[in-house]
Structure formats: structure tokens, C-alpha cells
Design a protein around this ligand. Structure first.
Ligand SMILES: *Cc1c(COP(=O)(O)O)cnc(C)c1O
Length: 365
């Protein structure tokens, strides 16, 4: 028998949101909607679609391994230099490259609980220890996270807004936090939902980069830009950090279609505007309905909502699935009475609420 690395014993394979085709096949239903992975119900924008078509003619050629055009464009758009940007096969890959660049078995990382599961995964992959700090009121407790730091701490992950709660830490909290963290510890702020946030107290982290060389920001084209299926996201940090990270990067990590679509989508202001408007309308509707159903939903800055059903949420998840609606049960995040639901297009939201009502009332006998 070939023995694998002992560190891998800690890793449980990731369980993604159920796939639409999987549910159609298993349950024999044709009309299925997925509100489980925070995808944009409008899909990608027109400009991205056109760019993909144009770029498809060159599929036989390797893509630009440095994503030069996209990095230059992002640099202009973000007000940084292209040497401060690294692009990944999804921001998941950026998180993995961060871990591969900085973590060993001798280090620990600080992670909120519950939060996005990828931080724990990439730490495990490198054999680093994980120190979990519970959320307070569904929000990162940055004071408690700062207090966890010890001589082995190498990275602190801050998911802002936090997945699965949709909450943010504000600029005062984050600036205080960065002031506490020694410069040999990397602070990774994951802003996958940046474009959805409307709260004026949300930190403008790109500004903070100037004073904090140990800060790294990650963002993605998977959520508001609607490119989840192409896998493209990026990290922004000081040029020294990006420079060392490039050593662990695969030569052609980001495919041609993704690069073209990402570039084009940065110009598609109309698609961004519509996506935000659809999300706001859906958010208002869902919160109204949750209130009428007497369900506690955590106020969100994102395109998803954490709802406490005060019963076994996995059971409700199955009942919704039978009705053709896929949501995310939260037991894997330690919240067995909660689901996370993506804010969809209005007809999807209505259908979800209709089914939820049916399931909850059928339950009450
Ligand atoms: C969806 C998500 C990501 C993104 O992933 P990609 O790999 O870019 O698709 C990153 N962080 C959080 C918190 C997310 O919810």
C-alpha cells in the first residue's frame, strides 16, 4: 500500500451544493431551481458572453499565463499596479496559493466559525493548525481573533461579508484589527461579495493596502459577474507578496475564456447595475416573507440569506428539493437549524417562499 501524507487524514472532501441535473435525475423532476451556491440569477452579462464567443476561436492556443491584459485592466480599475495582482482559477485557487506560499506544519491560522470552508481546507492541506474563533451575533469577533494570535500564527482569514451569515465587519473594526496585527502575519480579507455591499461603513480595503503591507484582499468573478462556471478570481496585495506567490502558481492556471469574459465584464456597468437591483428587490421581498412566517433571518449585505427555521433544517432541505428547489442546509457549518438561500430572480424567490410555506405548515400537525 502506498501511504499518503498524514495531514490528509484531517480533510473531508468538500460537499458542494446539489447540482441541478443531479436533482432532476434522482427525483425525476424537470423544473429545478438552484438557490444554493450564491450564483447570479441573471447569468453573465452580454459583454462577457460576446467575449467568450470571440475568444472560443483561439481555444487551441494556450492562454496568457500571466493574465496580462486582465491584470492591467484590474489595476486601472482598482487603483493599484498590476504587480499587486494575482489571478487564480477561482479565488479558491488564490486562497490555495496563499497557503502553499506561506504555511507549513509549524504554523497556525486563525479562522472564524462558522465561515467559508475553504480556509480550513487550505490550512489542512499544508498541515497547519487551525484556531477557530466563534462569531458573535453572526459577525466576526475581531477582538477575540486578535487575542488568539501566538508565536506560530501565520495567517488570519477575515471573510467580509461573511459566508454563510452575510454580515460585515466595519471599517473601524477592521482598521483597529490591522493595527493590532504584527507585520509578519498575513491578514487575508475575502471580499467575494464586495459588489453587493451597500453599507457605507464597509471598509475600503484597497486604501488600507497602502499602510498595511501584510494585508491581502481576494475577490471573484463568480458571484455578481456570473462567471462561476469559468473559475476566475484574484488577489490584491503588496508586490512582494504577489511576487513570491507566483512561484507556486501553475503556468497556465486561468483559461482563455475566463480571462476574456472577466475583462469584458469589468466594462459591463449595466449588468452590474441590474444584478444589484434584482438582488435588492429579492432581498426586500424575502425579508418581508420571513417576517410573516415568523422566521429569524440574519440581515445580509450579500446575495444570500441565513435563515433559522428552528427545526431540523436538513429535513426542510429535502422537502424543498422534492419541490424542485435546492437550498443549502447549514449542518456542515454547525448550524443544523438553518438554511442559506441565494436571493434569486423574483419568480424564483416567490416559488421558494411558496414551497417553504407548504413545507413548514405541513410540518405543524
Ligand atoms: C463563492 C465564494 C468564493 C469564491 O469562489 P471562487 O473560487 O472565486 O468561485 C470565495 N469566498 C467566499 C466567501 C465565497 O462565498
Amino acid at each position: 500500500m502506498i501511504e499518503h501524507r498524514i495531514q490528509l487524514d484531517r480533510i473531508k472532501p468538500y460537499v458542494p451544493g446539489k447540482h441541478i441535473d443531479q436533482v432532476k435525475q434522482e427525483l425525476g423532476i424537470t423544473d429545478v431551481i438552484k438557490l444554493a451556491s450564491n450564483e447570479n440569477p441573471l447569468g453573465m452579462g452580454r459583454l462577457a458572453a460576446e467575449a467568450i464567443t470571440a475568444s472560443a476561436a483561439y481555444t487551441h492556443l494556450y492562454p496568457d499565463g500571466h493574465c496580462t491584459v486582465l491584470r492591467e485592466k484590474l489595476a486601472g480599475y482598482l487603483g493599484v499596479t498590476k504587480e499587486q495582482i494575482i489571478v487564480g482559477n477561482g479565488s479558491d485557487e488564490v486562497l490555495k496559493m496563499i497557503a502553499q506560499t506561506f504555511l507549513t506544519e509549524l504554523h497556525n491560522v486563525i479562522i472564524a466559525d462558522p465561515t467559508f470552508l475553504e480556509y480550513s481546507f487550505v490550512a489542512d492541506l499544508m498541515g497547519a493548525e487551525k484556531l477557530f474563533v466563534p462569531l458573535t451575533d453572526y459577525r466576526h469577533d475581531l477582538k477575540a481573533m486578535a487575542a488568539q494570535i501566538d508565536s506560530r500564527t501565520k495567517i488570519v482569514f477575515v471573510c467580509n461579508p461573511n459566508n454563510p451569515t452575510g454580515t460585515i465587519v466595519d471599517s473601524t473594526e477592521l482598521e483597529w484589527f490591522l493595527g493590532q496585527i504584527p507585520e509578519h502575519i498575513l491578514v487575508v480579507v475575502d471580499e467575494a461579495y464586495y459588489e453587493y455591499v451597500a453599507n457605507p461603513s464597509y471598509p475600503q480595503t484597497l486604501e488600507l493596502l497602502k499602510h498595511h503591507p501584510n494585508l491581502m484582499i481576494t475577490r471573484t468573478f463568480s458571484k455578481i459577474y456570473g462567471l462561476a462556471g469559468l473559475r476566475i478570481g484574484y488577489g490584491v496585495a503588496g508586490p512582494e507578496i504577489i511576487n513570491v506567490m507566483e512561484r507556486v502558481k501553475e503556468p497556465f492556471n486561468v483559461n482563455r475564456l475566463a480571462q476574456a469574459a472577466a475583462c469584458a465584464s469589468l466594462d459591463d456597468h449595466e449588468h452590474l447595475r441590474r444584478s444589484i437591483a434584482v438582488n435588492e428587490e429579492g432581498k426586500q421581498y424575502l425579508f418581508q416573507q420571513f417576517e410573516m412566517l415568523n422566521l429569524r433571518a440574519v440581515p445580509t449585505e450579500t446575495n444570500f440569506v441565513l435563515v433559522d427555521l428552528e427545526r431540523d433544517a436538513r429535513q426542510v432541505y429535502y422537502e424543498l428539493m422534492i419541490r424542485g428547489i435546492i437550498v443549502r442546509p447549514m449542518d456542515a457549518f454547525g448550524l443544523p437549524s438553518c438554511i442559506r438561500v441565494t436571493i434569486g430572480a423574483m419568480e424564483q424567490n416567490r416559488r421558494f417562499i411558496h414551497a417553504l410555506r407548504e413545507v413548514l405548515y405541513a410540518d405543524r400537525n
